[in-house]
Design a binder for this molecule. Structure first.
Ligand code: NAD
Length: 374
């Protein structure tokens, strides 16, 4: 079957890319942007870095700066109301995946109305207002994906929404915006990217395009993630992690995520574990459970990550992959659910509904070893 690849129309990548917002707006022909961001972006001055050139160029812009981590239907509604109070022809999303996903959701609701629940997988999202994405974490890859994840405020369900209408029209990928990330955020978002790359490569929907970017991304993350955590000002490590995050996004958006993300969303929604961290908690053990479904593919991952050599027999490469992932998450101090403070009784009581929500998202069906409902 031919691969079906979707990407933003414009990708500007490298130091200073975020300073090219005005040029990007002009290239695309938009004149009245609405900036969607979070309070930290305002406090740390990143927002001003984006909006000052707009003002200097005489461009009228509006702003919603109330995005919350793991955006909710309530926070999306607040952003939408602010957008509708003005007259805007595009959105500029500045921040981590939460700000990017908020902007994507607002873009769709602004054009088509309804509620986010109406756009939950498997409902397709065909079009929305144009979004220019400026990521400030090296993690989600949302700047290039056709996905948005919004938590239903009423039910605590993390709803996966997908479709062409959620692909940003342009992405300005500037690693200089990630130099401020603290260690925990660097580790969690970097491990999120690693999950994207590994899951895309072992996915039943992998294809030659996604294979290439996934292997490149996992190799870069494996080489640079510890340095990025230990030396926050290390520009080479930050640059490599940022590029890998965008490549991980390209890979999973055009292949799919699998069991790790399928299980991670309900964990995040029910226990308020940050997205990257809930993936990281699951990465080694879900990999250990899944390797038998696609041993050759997982062995490729071990080699791409420098954990196994070309001459290692397949089983040895698989053992080294699982051991390497356990070591990496230990080095980056990823806690287990109990260490994170999750009450074991509540955890056990939630397993049934979390399993149901994981399976309903469709992601586990793309895993090389597919879990059942039992
Ligand atoms: P986030 O956007 O939730 O941000 C977490 C915190 O980090 C926030 O307080 C934010 O202000 C802060 N932050 C962001 N950039 C910073 C920087 N440069 N320096 C210091 N602090 C910074 O974190 P995230 O992990 O990027 O995004 C997670 C969200 O993305 C989840 O809701 C997840 O479900 C979603 N997601 C979406 C996709 C997609 O394709 N749409 C893929 C994966 C994850």
């Amino acid at each position: 079957m031919p691969a079906n690849i979707t990407l933003p129309r414009i990708l500007r990548i490298g130091a200073g890319a975020s300073a090219e917002l005005v040029a990007t707006l002009r290239e695309l022909g938009y004149a009245r942007p609405f900036v969607v961001t979070d309070p930290f972006m305002v406090a740390c001055g990143f927002c001003e870095r984006i909006t000052a050139p707009l003002a200097a160029a005489g461009i009228d812009w509006g702003i919603f700066d109330g995005c919350v981590p793991d955006p909710t239907t309530d926070s999306v509604a607040a952003a939408l109301a602010r957008l509708r109070a003005g007259d805007h022809d595009c959105l500029v999303a500045l921040g981590g995946g939460s700000s990017l996903d908020t902007a994507k959701a607002v873009a769709v609701l602004a054009r088509h109305g309804g509620e986010m629940r109406d756009y939950k997988v498997p409902a397709p999202v065909h079009s929305g207002l144009p979004v220019i994405a400026i990521p400030t974490t090296a993690g989600t890859g949302s700047e290039v994906t056709r996905a948005a994840v919004i938590t239903d405020t009423g039910s605590d369900e993390k709803m996966l929404c997908m479709g062409l209408g959620l692909v940003p029209e342009a992405a300005l990928v500037d690693f200089e915006l990630t130099l401020s990330m603290p260690r925990r955020l660097t580790a969690d978002t970097g491990l999120d990217s690693l999950c994207h790359a590994i899951e895309a490569y072992v996915s039943r929907r992998a294809n030659p395009f996604t294979d290439a970017v996934a292997l490149t991304a996992m190799g870069a993350i494996s080489r640079h993630i510890r340095t990025a955590c230990d030396e926050p000002d290390n520009r080479a490590a930050r640059e490599a992690m940022m590029l890998a995050a965008t490549q991980g996004g390209m890979a999973f958006a055009n292949a799919s995520v699998t069991l790790i993300h399928g299980m991670s969303r309900p964990v995040g929604a029910h226990f308020h574990v940050p997205h990257g961290l809930s993936n990281a908690m699951l990465l080694p053990e879900v990999t250990a459970w899944s390797v038998s479904g696609a041993p050759a593919r997982y062995a490729d991952c071990a080699r791409a990550m420098g954990l196994a050599g070309d001459s290692d027999p397949e089983q040895l490469a698989l053992d080294k992959l699982v051991a390497g992932l356990r070591q990496l998450t230990a080095d980056l101090e990823v806690p287990g659910p109990r260490e994170y403070g999750i009450d074991p009784e509540r955890w056990t009581a939630s397993l049934g509904v979390m399993a149901e929500q994981a399976l309903a998202s469709g992601s586990p069906a793309n895993n090389p070893r597919v879990p059942g409902a039992a």
